[in-house]
Design a protein around this ligand. Structure first.
Ligand SMILES: Nc1ncnc2c1ncn2[C@@H]1O[C@H](COP(=O)(O)OP(=O)(O)O)[C@@H](O)[C@H]1O
Ligand SMILES: [Mg+2]
Length: 464
């Protein structure tokens, strides 16, 4: 979070820097290039002024008096200087390798200047084997061209100068960036810290702690505002849940007493009627079954509302041992229908769960599997470790459930069409899911991996 915020701030700084620096660098490069050319031009014109006198009086002959000028200009401007007479023959040069009298009239810029036109530009030099930046100006007396002064610099020298300036901008940019990073880090920390605390509060709320309060006294005003809203929200959710639980708890509790009384009366009535097959006896027996179901439903609703009440402490349990002990309990009921209960997988499987939760989950899964399974079939309970989790799978050979129904099955009171007439309340899997969540695990229904008909009811708990 902090790192990301710092990254974002620095990225913004880099972007701003690029947006400003690239045009600035291009502009500076252009100005610098023009400045260098103008300086060459100025020197060339000044030297042309000196050359005018000498070339005028002694046109064609080599004049020693021009050489000191050429040398001093060449030194101050770093340029190669060539002065020619009106026929384009060299009369002075800063380069000792250029012989006096050498014909320069074939150089384009010299030819142009000989016609009275100053020239500025770039061209590849065959003699030097590199690109030249040149300035050639005519030495004029009135309209007469007396000769040409040419200043030239290898382009690489000019580019180096330009690059030096651009580098200066880059260094300034880097320093700015460093400064931005130095500002970004404390800034990011002041924003990230209170947001991090707020996130911790949200996580506690998600874990079911509705008493959580975010600190609304620290951080930027927006975050404090957010913390206040969060506190108000957590408080309201807490109150709502509490009153809802109290209500459903109270309802279930209040229903228990009259139901127990009703059950007692029914028993007495059945005793009075005796166990004959009269319509009254049959009706009484049917009522008793319904009352039993209602009672079971109320017990389960009570259990659900207790579970939603909050987070109880988890313990480490051995899934394999629990599975074996529950199977021992269900075995005789299964045997009545020639259904085999089989255990596969790990001998010990320590994992995290709410105390007593895994027993209830396995009971519900086996109960459902027995309802769905045909006679003479096998129900297999497998205990596996998959990465950091222990999986307990209850696998039957019944009709299974479609993908859509597998998702619905965990809803309260949802019952499949095939089990509608079997005893049950439609609350079993809803309780399983609550128990799983409270244990930090996941309950899910899956199709059989081998493609056979049947269902895999899985509880996955954190391994210890
Ligand atoms: N192993 C299973 N095979 C087929 N259907 C199942 C299986 N387990 C659960 N179901 C379906 O899911 C429904 C909901 O299950 P549950 O919540 O335990 O309620 P109940 O068992 O009281 O009907 C069941 O009514 C049944 O239709
Ligand atoms: Mg059930």
């Amino acid at each position: 979070m902090k790192i990301r915020l710092i990254g974002a701030l620095v990225t913004v700084a880099v972007l701003i820097l690029l947006v400003f620096s690239i045009p600035l660098a291009t502009f500076v490069a252009q100005v610098e290039r023009e400045r260098l050319v103008t300086a060459l031009e100025r020197d060339a014109f000044v030297l042309a002024g000196h050359a005018k006198e000498t070339l005028n009086t002694t046109a064609g002959s080599v004049l020693p008096s021009l050489q000191p000028y050429v040398d001093s200009y060449s030194k101050s401007s770093d340029a190669r200087i060539v002065v020619t007479n009106a026929s384009g023959l060299v009369v002075a040069s800063s380069d000792p390798t250029i012989a006096f009298g050498r014909d320069f009239s074939n150089r384009l810029e010299v030819a142009g200047a000989l016609k009275g036109l100053p020239a500025v530009g770039e061209r590849d030099s065959a003699t030097l084997g590199e690109r030249l930046l040149f300035v050639a100006v005519p030495v004029l007396l009135g309209d007469t061209v007396l000769g040409v002064v040419r200043f030239s610099n290898p382009k690489s020298v000019v580019d180096e100068e330009v690059q030096r300036h651009v580098k200066g901008i880059a260094v300034a940019g880097l320093i700015t960036l460093l400064a931005a990073a130095l500002v970004a880090i404390p800034l990011a920390l002041t924003i990230a810290r209170p947001i991090g605390r707020l996130r911790a509060s949200t996580e506690r709320l998600a874990d079911g702690d509705f008493s959580v309060q975010a600190d609304d006294t620290k951080g930027p005003p927006e975050v404090r505002e957010l913390s206040r809203s969060f506190n108000a929200m957590a408080g309201r959710i807490g109150l709502m849940l509490e009153s809802q639980q109290q209500f459903s708890g109270a309802v279930s509790h209040q229903l228990r007493t009259p139901l127990t009384a009703l059950r007692l009366r029914l028993d007495q009535a059945q005793d009075a009627v005796g166990d004959d097959m009269s319509p009254v006896a049959i009706a009484l027996e049917a009522s008793r079954v319904e009352i039993d179901r209602l009672q079971e439903m109320i017990e389960q609703l009570l259990a659900l509302s207790r579970l939603e009440g909050g987070s109880a402490a988890t313990v480490t349990v051995n899934a394999s041992a629990i599975v074996r002990s529950r199977i021992a309990v269900w075995d005789s009921l299964a045997a009545e229908r020639q259904i085999t209960l089989k255990v596969l997988g790990l001998e010990t499987a320590p994992c995290v769960a709410l105390e007593g939760a895994l027993e209830q989950i396995v009971d519900n899964y086996i109960d459902n599997a027995l309802t769905a399974a045909p006679d003479n079939s096998t129900i297999t309970v497998e205990v596996h470790r998959v990465q950091r989790h222990i999986h307990v799978d209850v696998i039957d050979e019944g009709p299974g459930l479609s993908e859509e129904k597998r998702a619905l099955a965990f809803e309260r009171f949802w019952r499949g069409a095939t089990t509608e007439n079997a005893p049950g309340t439609g609350l079993g899997l809803a309780i399983v899911r609550q128990l799983a969540v409270a244990s930090g695990g996941v309950a899910e229904l899956l199709p059989r991996a081998d493609g056979n008909s049947g269902l895999v009811a899985r509880i996955s708990l954190l391994a210890r």
